[in-house]
Design a protein around this ligand. Structure first.
Ligand SMILES: Nc1ncnc2c1ncn2[C@@H]1O[C@H](COP(=O)(O)OP(=O)(O)OP(=O)(O)O)[C@@H](O)[C@H]1O
Length: 263
């Protein structure tokens, strides 16, 4: 998929400015940036929630706004975003089956195939025991896995994840991203944890003020210089001792420049 000079405005306010971003087949691409830098707004234009006023969002060469219907676009791109209140009153199975909507005829009930696909998706995320539960009674981590199952049911080529590890404990963060990393889909993910992004993403795009200010392999984007410039914090770059991936070490702002604390 590709953002080709995409600009997005909300209520006349320009939020995303001329973004160029590419995710190649099977890649996990991270979109990073401070609060309010336009990450969610950009991704909303990919899953057809917000129409760009300039540029094109291309999936498999088709402009998702000009060349595809909403249903056809939903067969290409699935999104995991924050949960809406209405989902809380549905059963887990009903929530997961919502992912089949772009494949069903209008108002037709779910078919045996739809149920089989939902079962497989629930199994994939380890929630097959919970199909009968009310979505609203699940823990935050369980809900996140169910919403991923719904996205898997959409059988799309592209998966959009907007802060999918929010509210998850460290075990569930790793479990969720391991699951995503094992999928064959092209994934575009917003993450606030820069080290999780370094561990799981093939390439990164860093946004600031709605513009891409750095892009490329993890080591090119997550430098102490860019982190200081964009987030305004000091970081030391090292390597993860096991994986060897770039790893940023942050200091408390009141210990900046001081030697290691004595114990
Ligand atoms: N519906 C809206 N009306 C007005 N302004 C909006 C609306 N949605 C977003 N914005 C503004 O657009 C800017 C970018 O918001 P966006 O949610 O895309 O940022 P983000 O990078 O995803 O932020 P965060 O990391 O805090 O989730 C913010 O200043 C936000 O207040």
């Amino acid at each position: 998929m590709r953002f080709d000079g995409v600009s997005v405005a909300i209520d006349g306010v320009h939020i995303v400015h001329g973004v160029e971003l590419e995710a190649r087949d099977g890649e996990i691409v991270g979109v990073l940036g401070p609060n309010g830098s336009g990450k969610s707004t950009l991704l909303r234009s990919l899953y057809r929630a917000l129409r760009p006023h300039a540029g094109a969002v291309l999936v498999d060469g088709d402009d998702v706004w000009r060349d595809l219907s909403a249903r056809a676009a939903a067969r290409r791109t699935a999104a995991v975003t924050q949960h809406s209140a209405e989902e809380f009153r549905l059963s887990v199975r009903e929530v997961v089956l919502m992912g089949r909507t772009p494949h069903q005829s209008l108002l037709a009930p779910a078919t045996a195939t739809d149920h089989r696909i939902a079962d497989t998706a629930l199994e994939q995320v380890g929630m097959d025991h919970a199909g009968h539960r009310l979505f609203g009674t699940l823990s935050g981590g369980e809900r996140q896995r169910v919403v991923l199952a719904r996205a898997l049911c959409q059988q799309s080529r592209v998966l959009v994840l907007d802060e999918p590890t929010n509210h998850l404990d460290i075990a569930h963060q790793l479990e969720f991203l391991d699951l995503v990393a094992a999928l064959p889909t092209t994934t575009v993910v917003v993450l606030h944890d820069l080290n999780l992004a370094a561990a799981y993403c093939d390439r990164l795009y860093l946004l600031d003020g709605g513009r891409v200010v750095a892009a490329g392999p993890v080591a090119d984007v997550l430098t102490p210089e860019t982190v200081r410039e964009v987030f305004g914090v000091s970081a030391t770059l090292g390597r993860h001792p096991v994986s060897g991936a770039p790893h940023l070490f942050f200091s408390r702002s009141d210990t900046e420049g001081t030697p290691e604390c004595a114990t």
